[in-house]
Design a protein around this ligand. Structure first.
Ligand SMILES: Cc1ncc(COP(=O)(O)O)c(C=O)c1O
Length: 419
């Protein structure tokens, strides 16, 4: 298939809501660790990892051996039967999760994990409403979309954009960021079950929570009996230099949601909580494919690989080098308004140096020019003007130098002429 044929089939047989990057997108046919190849044999350095999924690298042979062995042995039964891998995985997660989070419910996607976490918060508290942050992304199901604070991802025509000030709730959800806003909501409404947030926002533009943020917010929530749900779907599993981004803040949430890198590309997700909260979830629930042996084998393989290869430390060290390099570029190219991130989850926001206006066109231009040079980069942010650096954590110093060299070349190009 040529890329043109693929695009044509996509237009005819997939839904138009699916966007794609690049004017002439390559058709990828192969991946190995931090590299991808298109159908014409061109090699790319992947700096987006399928949106923070392939933390251990594409088609990682260590993990795939585990998956293949499990496929040969037992593939699927569902959770009304006893199987072993799901229990081994629950045990391993209990070891690596912060604090006393130790009970897991396994499902298939980040949306499903957040939907379940929000449901659990309602069951555990007997309350109905939620507080979420502007710029957060939590999913495409009923509750997970209702708490999503990025207007473009609120596809339901009956969901208005989140209000700029914490007016009344929209579909049972208040949007608030500062501890003061949260305190004001909680003072006036006793029906709030949980506050949900990404400790470092991903799709909203790689925005770490400010230092000390949770030290202020958590006591407020505790005082009012409100649970804290940390969405670590994008930031988990060594992405930020720690196993979970919450650890940067000393945060132990009441419920944590996981997906993406948990299975390193094999679908799996979970919401995890304490014994006390888990014990309230006695109404029947299930997920047909949740905790299936193959997905669990992939996750166990990924957890072993992260540990054995010391990928937290690697993500921290390479992330520091990446942020240094990006800040050096920022000093030379004023179009880079801000560089931010934790570990190998970094963002560079592009804006007009005079007016501060977001520059989504320039962002696309950088992506296109990097593609020509064999580098795949992501983009996000509310105005789609943030370059997103989230490579497999197995990249080398040489890969990083290659990326920074290519970026420098691209920022040196005359943007208006190139258009
Ligand atoms: C932080 C966060 N939560 C939830 C989701 C939704 O996950 P999924 O696409 O697996 O449903 C995403 C997806 O990008 C995400 O980044």
């Amino acid at each position: 298939m040529t890329p043109q044929e693929a695009l044509s089939l996509r237009r005819q047989y997939l839904m138009p809501c699916l966007n794609y990057f690049y004017r002439d997108p390559p058709l990828f046919v192969r991946g190995r660790m931090q590299y991808l190849w298109d159908g014409a044999g061109k090699k790319y350095l992947d700096f987006f990892a399928g949106v923070s999924v392939m933390n251990c690298g594409h088609s990682n042979p260590f993990i795939l051996d585990r998956v293949k062995a499990q496929l040969d042995e037992l593939q699927h039964l569902t959770n009304v039967y006893l199987t072993e891998p799901v229990l081994q995985l629950a045990l391993r997660l209990a070891e690596v999760l912060p604090g006393n989070l130790k009970r897991s419910f396994f499902c298939m996607s980040g949306s499903e994990a957040n939907e379940g976490a929000l449901l659990l918060a309602r069951i555990a508290t007997g309350r109905r409403k939620f507080i979420a942050r502007r710029g957060g992304l939590h999913g495409r199901t009923r509750l997970s979309m209702a708490v999503t604070g990025i207007p473009m991802w609120r596809a339901d025509p009956f969901f208005p954009p989140p209000p700029a000030s914490p007016a009344g709730p929209v579909e049972d959800v208040y949007f608030a960021d500062t501890p003061q806003e949260i305190a004001a909501i909680l003072a006036g409404d006793q029906d709030v079950a949980a506050f949900i947030c990404e400790p470092i926002q991903g799709n909203g533009g790689i925005i770490p929570s400010p230092p000390g943020y949770f030290a202020e917010v958590l006591p407020l929530l505790r005082k009012h009996g409100v649970l804290l749900i940390a969405d670590e779907v994008q930031s988990g599993f060594a992405r930020t230099g720690r196993m979970f981004a919450s650890e940067h803040y000393g945060l132990v949430p009441d419920i944590m949601t996981l997906s993406k890198a948990l299975g390193n590309g094999i679908p799996i997700a979970a919401f995890c909580t304490t014994d006390a909260i888990a014990e309230t979830f006695t109404r029947p629930s299930a997920s047909t494919l949740g905790g299936n042996p193959v997905s669990c084998a992939a996750a166990l393989g990924a957890l072993d690989y992260l540990r054995d290869q010391n990928l937290c430390a690697r993500s921290q060290a390479l992330g520091d080098r990446l942020l240094d390099g990006l800040r050096r570029l920022k000093n030379r190219f004023p179009v880079i308004r801000e560089v931010r991130g934790l570990g190998l989850m970094a963002g560079a926001e592009l804006a007009d140096p005079d007016t501060g206006a977001p520059l989504p066109g320039r962002t696309d231009f950088v992506l296109e020019e990097l593609l020509k040079r064999g580098v795949i980069l992501g983009k996000n942010g509310l105005a789609r003007n943030v370059l997103a650096f989230q490579p497999p954590l197995v990249i080398t110093d040489e890969d990083l130098d290659f990326l920074l060299g290519a970026l420098e070349e691209v920022f040196n190009l005359d943007f208006s002429e190139a258009r």
